[in-house]
Design a protein around this ligand. Structure first.
Ligand SMILES: C[S@@+](CC[C@H](N)C(=O)[O-])C[C@H]1O[C@@H](n2cnc3c(N)ncnc32)[C@H](O)[C@@H]1O
Length: 240
């Protein structure tokens, strides 16, 4: 692993994933977007689901909300994140397989999974094309995938969008103002931890047509592309 990749992994271990659950994971917008993406997997009983970059395991909650009779495998290259995901799964009473693995090279045989979710991970991996083809390789024929990709430059605009959402939420919160204020302050503190991300190595930002080309390179299945304007993400979902 190159020095910059190692540095990024260390940052995820000692900083990012340590504050994630009381910052990003508490944003209403983030939860709704995650729920929307999990919904697009159309989960059925006995599905084998792979969560790429499972992080601290927040998507498990949404998956189990739809079906408890699925088998979940989560991979991440941050051991700190996997420890938190493990605790979360224990609390939810669900055994899941958690593996320390780089999304750029899965240690899975081809056609191993019925569903693959890759939520908010491509933002951190410049090698989006490699990861996309890995996801489609391990997906079974006819299996369903949901992948989010960054659609625009992160930074002031994303921060502004989220702040605007936060203020709307605060105004609407009425008698729960104190709780909303505390939430707002913790998010501001978390913002400091996220600052180094603005200086990370080259990130891949894609247009719809570029994404269409990347996906059609790895599958002939049908897929669709939607956009989340607040997070500046493309949600690409479909079948292999
Ligand atoms: C923004 S978090 C998203 C976590 C989870 N999907 C969620 O929405 O709660 C991004 C995660 O991707 C992981 N990650 C980044 N690059 C990775 C790579 N090359 N291989 C595996 N995981 C990676 C990070 O460790 C981090 O946990």
């Amino acid at each position: 692993m190159s020095f910059s990749k190692k540095l990024m992994q260390t940052y995820f271990n000692i900083a990012y994933n340590q504050v994630y659950d009381f910052t990003t994971a508490r944003l209403n917008r983030y939860r709704k977007l995650q729920e929307r993406c999990v919904g697009k997997l159309e989960l059925k009983d006995n599905d084998k689901v792979l969560c790429v970059g499972i992080g601290t395991g927040n998507e498990i909650l949404h998956i189990l909300g739809i079906s408890r009779n699925v088998s979940i495998t989560g991979v991440d290259y941050s051991s700190a994140a996997l420890r938190k995901a493990h605790k979360k799964a224990l609390r939810l009473g669900k055994e899941i397989e958690l593996l320390l693995m780089d999304a750029r090279k899965f240690e899975f045989a081809a056609s191993s999974f019925d569903k693959v979710l890759c939520f908010h991970v491509m933002d951190f991996i410049p090698e989006n094309t490699e990861v996309t083809s890995e996801i489609l390789r391990v997906l079974k024929k006819g299996g369903q995938f949901v992948i989010t990709y960054p659609s625009g430059k992160e930074g002031p605009k994303l921060g502004f969008n989220l702040l605007k959402e936060g203020i709307h939420h605060y105004v609407d919160s009425g008698k729960h103002r104190i709780r909303a204020s505390l939430k707002f302050v913790t998010q501001m503190v978390g913002g400091i931890v996220y600052l180094p991300l603005l200086f990370r190595p080259k990130k891949g930002f894609y247009s719809r047509s570029q994404l269409e080309a990347i996906i059609t390179e790895s599958t002939t299945g049908d897929f669709r592309i939607e956009e989340d304007t607040v997070y500046q993400d493309f949600i690409v979902y479909g079948k292999k």
